[in-house]
Ligand binder design. Structure first.
Ligand code: FBP
Length: 336
């Protein structure tokens, strides 16, 4: 490789966030320090996911079950501990909510900061033993009253988040993040241990050709949902959409952000509020989708406008290309 191919001016995630911060004179640097802790957590999980089979980290964590009734995988438990330790030791966090913990974690006074982090340490873990892409999803709120962090600081609409992101562990580790000013993607260079800017200013296509939903639940869907997905398959005079479903939200949303189309986990007769959790699955993904020029709806309302009553509340979600989501909104309007 000749010298000219070697980029000597690499933009790391840390540098990019610092550049962003410099635009805000009032910024204290706390968010940069917190995002460094999130990065550390993702790098650590990336290493363990990559070596899971070699380190015998696959399989169940001895029958432990999380608050959603899912059997916890060894890597679920390890990833959760990695994140809690990284976030707590940053000294920038007041409240944490994890998919793997029933209760919110209120950080002790002496190490408490002014941000709240909601996260799914290892999303799609039902796929981990098959080596299919999994990921970490996170969202960050700023506490309302700097003197005291409580659970009310996270039971807020998703639109009040200040940061949202995910890290996908696959052929490479990809971090996709928004601080409320567009969406950027970074790839982990394992050799230097840095996330490098590789996908600047991600813009989701206005309309796609791919739909992603678990059609195994089709018999439980409501009429509007059935009509919509049939409209993508049994099209008059134009090509039907292609179906793609990995069963890891991070992987299915990542493809949707880059290629366009729609990802959905609708409510149905079996799961009245769908399956995915508002705080640490739906809100961060809806935030990223909107920042990339797309939309996210429950069918009836904007996902980011919902206020959760409990930290593990679920909501239906249809997210993706603007025109595709407007189609489903139109159909639900007609059915309501
Ligand atoms: O198997 P299903 O019902 O289609 O559900 C798949 C969905 O559930 C999840 O695996 C839930 O995530 P967790 O693995 O974090 O519980 C999502 O990643 C995915 O989109």
């Amino acid at each position: 490789m000749s010298e000219k191919n070697i980029t000597t001016d690499i933009i790391t995630l840390t540098r990019h966030v610092l550049d962003e911060q410099r635009k805000h004179k009032e910024a204290s640097g706390d968010l940069t320090i917190l995002l460094n802790a999130v990065q550390l957590g993702c790098k650590f999980v990336a290493t363990n996911v990559r070596k899971a089979r070699l380190l015998n980290l696959v399989g169940l964590a001895g029958g432990a079950v999380n608050v959603s009734g899912d059997e916890q995988k060894k890597l679920d438990v390890i990833s959760n501990e990695i994140f809690i330790n990284a976030l707590r030791s940053s000294g920038r966090v007041a409240v944490m909510v994890s998919e793997e913990d029933e209760d919110a974690i209120i950080v002790e006074e002496e190490t408490r900061g002014k941000y709240c982090v909601v996260f799914d340490p290892l999303d799609g873990s039902s796929n981990i033993d098959a080596g299919v892409n999994v990921g970490t999803i996170f969202g960050i709120y700023k506490i309302k009253d700097e003197s005291n962090g409580t659970i009310s600081d996270v039971l807020r609409p998703g639109r009040e988040m200040v940061v949202a992101g995910y890290c996908m562990y696959g052929s490479s580790a990809n971090m996709i993040i928004s601080v409320g000013n567009g969406v950027n993607g970074y790839t982990l260079d394992n050799a230097i241990g840095e996330f490098i800017l590789t996908h600047p200013n991600i813009q989701i296509p206005q309309r796609g050709k791919i739909y992603s939903v678990n059609e195994g639940n089709a018999k439980y869907w409501d009429e509007a949902c059935t009509e919509y997905f049939n409209s993508l398959k049994f099209t008059e005079g134009k090509n039907p959409y292609s179906a793609r479903y990995i069963g890891s939200m991070v992987a299915d949303v990542h493809r949707t952000l880059l290629y366009g189309g729609i990802f959905a986990y609708p409510a149905d007769k079996k799961s009245k509020n769908g399956k995915l959790r508002m705080l640490y699955e739906c809100f961060p993904m809806a935030f990223l989708t909107e920042q990339a020029g797309g939309k996210a709806t429950t069918g009836k309302e904007r996902v980011l406008d919902i206020t959760p009553q409990k930290i593990h509340d679920r909501c239906p979600i249809f997210l993706g290309s603007k025109e595709d989501i407007e189609d489903i909104e139109e159909i639900y309007k007609r059915h309501n």
